[in-house]
Design a protein around this ligand. Structure first.
Ligand code: UGA
Length: 357
């Protein structure tokens, strides 16, 4: 199988490419602006440091490969209300040519969408609450347009619909994956060390822990997420590639419904994992911050999102097993190895930029 992985140097790509390279008879074209996070020397992997919008690149790739795995996006809620035009381009506009080329050349498009398409919480078609988010049943409940947080989810949802329409009306072979808060080593950045702005929640909390600053809970941290280990995630993707007939034309949630917890609980669990490795560090403190102060106007949030993984289990024989307490030590170790002693304190002013108060 010849596979192009777009976004191969990002967090998920850096785990997925080595996993796919271990499959027999697999050739991979690993594409990203920067492949620094991707291990070198992997057998059968051709490294291409380029932007997917580079003229001719998608044309060339779709001539050569059987499968295109598309991972590229700006996946960070701090950007959705501050750089919505870039977010929409990265999740929609830049990917339209990929969809069209895959359709016209008969390639299998494996597209990574997001659990954010379900919106604020799981509702059925009549607006009644559901416990889990089910791929082909749950409604999509986004906030109003001035709540720019939903620019990403809306762009991702529209691309799903474009892919689906190409599948139904133009013969595209496709699979859409909706990941639910996948976490693991090599995730994200620390502001002032290898990036700027506000990273994802784990990096925010690790930054605070490593510098003795308070862990900031946006609006009190009552919002909930279900966390999935990245190793289990890429295992599911590898299984999916082995089952083209069963998985083409399907939308699949990949998440761990048993790791559903509030962000406040996540902060406590991460602090525990950190203290186990650094018992002499200052005792972690949790503080509440308003969403406006932290992310700026236009932010909004998902209250709870628990995946139904019945379809993934049925089609892939896959079921995630790792509890959060088993996943966190590896993540803390990775952050310590990459950043300990290098990070300055995250003043809210530095983290939240001009909107902080
Ligand atoms: C993310 C991204 O929007 C998507 O790119 C991605 O597809 C999806 O989740 C996913 O991982 O599946 P979200 O979970 O809201 O969205 O982003 P995180 O940065 O992981 O934040 C989780 C929660 O923690 C949010 O409610 C946020 O307000 C809160 N938070 C974040 C804090 O309480 N404190 C912080 O310091 C940072």
């Amino acid at each position: 199988m010849r596979i192009a992985v777009l976004g191969a140097g990002g967090f998920v790509g850096s785990h997925l490419v080595p996993r796919l390279a271990a499959r027999p008879r697999t050739e991979i074209h690993a594409v990203y602006r920067s492949l620094g996070k991707l291990a070198g020397g992997l057998p059968g992997v051709r490294r291409i440091e380029a932007d997917i919008a580079e003229p001719g690149l998608i044309d060339e790739l779709t001539r050569k490969v059987d499968v295109v795995v598309s991972l590229t996006a700006l996946c960070n809620p701090a950007l959705y209300n501050t750089r919505p035009l870039d977010v929409i381009d990265a999740s929609f506009t830049d990917l339209l040519p990929v969809v069209k080329m895959c359709a016209s050349r008969g390639r299998w498009l494996v597209h990574f969408s997001t659990c954010e398409v379900y919106g604020r919480e799981a509702l059925d078609a009549s607006g009644r609450p559901m416990r889990t988010m089910i791929e082909d049943e749950t409604a999509m409940f986004l906030g109003p347009v001035h709540r720019e947080r939903w620019s990403y989810a809306a762009a991702k949802q529209l691309l799903e619909r474009v892919i689906w329409a190409h599948g139904t009306h133009a013969g595209l072979k496709h699979t859409i994956i909706r990941p639910f808060n996948v976490i693991g080593p090599r995730m994200d950045f620390i502001p002032g060390v290898d990036g700027d702005g506000i990273p994802r929640v784990l990096a925010c909390f690790m930054h605070a822990l490593m510098t003795g600053a308070p862990l900031l809970l946006v609006d009190g941290g009552r919002q909930r997420r279900s966390f999935l280990d990245v190793g289990e995630f890429v295992d599911a993707v590898a299984r999916m590639l082995d089952q083209p007939r069963a998985c083409q034309g399907e939308i699949l949630n990949l998440g761990n419904p048993r790791n559903d917890l509030s962000i406040r609980q996540l902060a406590r669990a991460l602090a525990d994992a950190y203290q186990a490795l650094r018992p002499d560090a200052p005792a972690p403190r949790l503080e509440t911050v308003s969403a406006d102060a932290f992310y700026g106007a236009g932010y909004d949030d998902s209250a709870i999102r628990i995946p139904s993984i019945a379809k993934a289990t049925r089609l892939l024989g896959w079921r995630p097993r790792l509890a959060l307490a088993e996943i966190l030590p590896g993540i803390v170790t990775d952050y310590l190895a990459r950043y300990e002693g290098r990070a300055g304190a995250p003043a809210l002013a530095a983290v939240g930029g001009r909107r902080a108060r």
